[in-house]
Design a protein around this ligand. Structure first.
Ligand code: IPM
Ligand code: MN
Length: 372
């Protein structure tokens, strides 16, 4: 198999964590006798510096010719003075829109090994396993009109959804729920917002096609509490764009760190894979970045864009093993717990890689597992 992957490393810690993810992909390709072709492309602040725009046409055009896109992170404080439409983040929003993926899958898992690293008590998080499905192309991020009228001292954004936009992401979330624990929690603010009332009505309609799935609706403010007090009660959590952005960051607490969380965006021309964390400019270049979010993102890429479930599982397992043996990056090393070793970004990447290589020697990953 020949897989062409756009590498959009971006800003801050983006290149550091993406490197570790690419090493993992290459190891899988070599073990299978496949060729993964990487196409490095500029996006975000580095693209502004080089080409004056956060998404150069070349980047978009090349990405559209790839089988999948792996992104690190975008964002750089030196562009904070620019309006949203010219900042590094605009490059990410533009490529999301152009690729067309509307369903952003953000799993949040409580690793047993990290039970003492989460600020939540172990009995609260134990075996929590949530899959956020965040709508990615609608809501406040893209709604028009939007503007900051400086003369009038007034700014506005628009939250808008159509029935079809809600239905297509809801169907993906329900499908995923049937492959998990058959529970779906839809998040909205239907006590205040018309978009949420539409959202809730459409989710209820789609639910009729999935009789095996139990559906509940939660207001987003209440959900923010429930995630911290009873995360184990949730399976698939379906949200609109901004609510999903906020709640998925919050769910980093369940896992122990935002640096652990991967994501996959499905449903468009080219699937886009990116860790949930940002560019973390404060720790860029210090070796403190956690590469696990990016490495688990690579596993999602293999699972959803290459039908390589077996390889994806070996990567997930290599991460779990490294954590079980007490290896930590700075973000998940709270409190000097005995038996733990703190590693740098590249050390953690190399350790996971060595575990993956060992597993590849004894496990065949050439049978392609079920993927979706
Ligand atoms: C994320 C990020 C992005 C978002 C930013 C960088 C535009 O926070 O992927 O969660 O808000 O979607
Ligand atoms: Mn975010």
């Amino acid at each position: 198999m020949h897989l062409k992957i756009a590498i959009l490393a971006g800003d801050g810690i983006g290149p550091e964590v993406t490197n570790e993810a690419v090493n993992v992909l290459t190891t899988v390709a070599n073990a299978r006798g496949d060729v993964f072709e990487y196409v490095p492309l500029l996006i975000g602040g580095v693209a502004i510096t080089e080409h004056g725009t956060p998404l150069p046409p070349e980047t978009l055009q090349q990405t559209l010719s790839c089988d999948a896109a792996l992104l690190g992170a975008v964002g750089d404080n030196k562009f904070n003075h620019l309006p949203p439409s010219e900042r590094p983040e605009a490059g990410l929003l533009q490529i999301r829109a152009a690729l067309g993926g509307f369903a952003n899958l953000r799993p949040a898992i409580a690793y047993t090994a990290l039970a003492d690293n989460s600020p939540l008590r172990p009995e609260i998080t134990a075996s929590a396993d949530i899959l956020f499905v965040r709508e990615l192309l609608g809501g406040l991020y893209f709604g028009e009109p939007r503007a900051w009228d400086k003369a009038a001292n007034r700014a506005h954004n628009t939250m808008a959804y159509t029935r079809d936009e809600v239905e297509r992401v809801a169907r993906i979330a329900f499908d995923l729920a049937t492959k998990r624990r058959n529970k779906l929690t839809s998040v909205d603010k239907a006590n205040v917002l018309e978009t949420s009332q539409l959202w809730r009505a459409v989710v209820n309609e789609v639910a009729r096609d999935y009789p095996s799935v139990t559906v509940e609706h939660q207001y987003v403010d209440a959900m923010a509490i429930h995630l911290m007090t009873r995360p184990r009660d949730f399976d698939v959590v379906l949200t609109e764009n901004l609510f999903g952005d906020i709640l998925s960051d919050e769910s980093g607490v369940i896992t122990g760190s935002l640096g652990m969380l991967p994501s996959a965006t499905l449903g468009g021309k080219v699937n886009l894979y990116e860790p949930v964390h940002g560019s973390a400019p404060d720790i860029a270049g210090t070796g403190k970045a956690n590469p696990i979010g990016a490495i688990l993102t690579a596993a999602m890429l293999l699972r959803h864009s290459a039908n390589m479930e077996a390889a994806a599982r070996l990567i997930d397992d290599a991460v779990t093993e490294a954590l079980n043996q007490g290896y930590r990056t700075t973000d998940i090393a709270h409190g000097n717990i005995a038996g733990q070793t703190t590693l740098s970004t590249t050390e953690m990447g190399a350790l996971i890689l060595s575990k993956l290589e060992a597993a590849l020697e004894t496990t065949s990953i050439n049978d392609q597992g079920a993927a979706q």
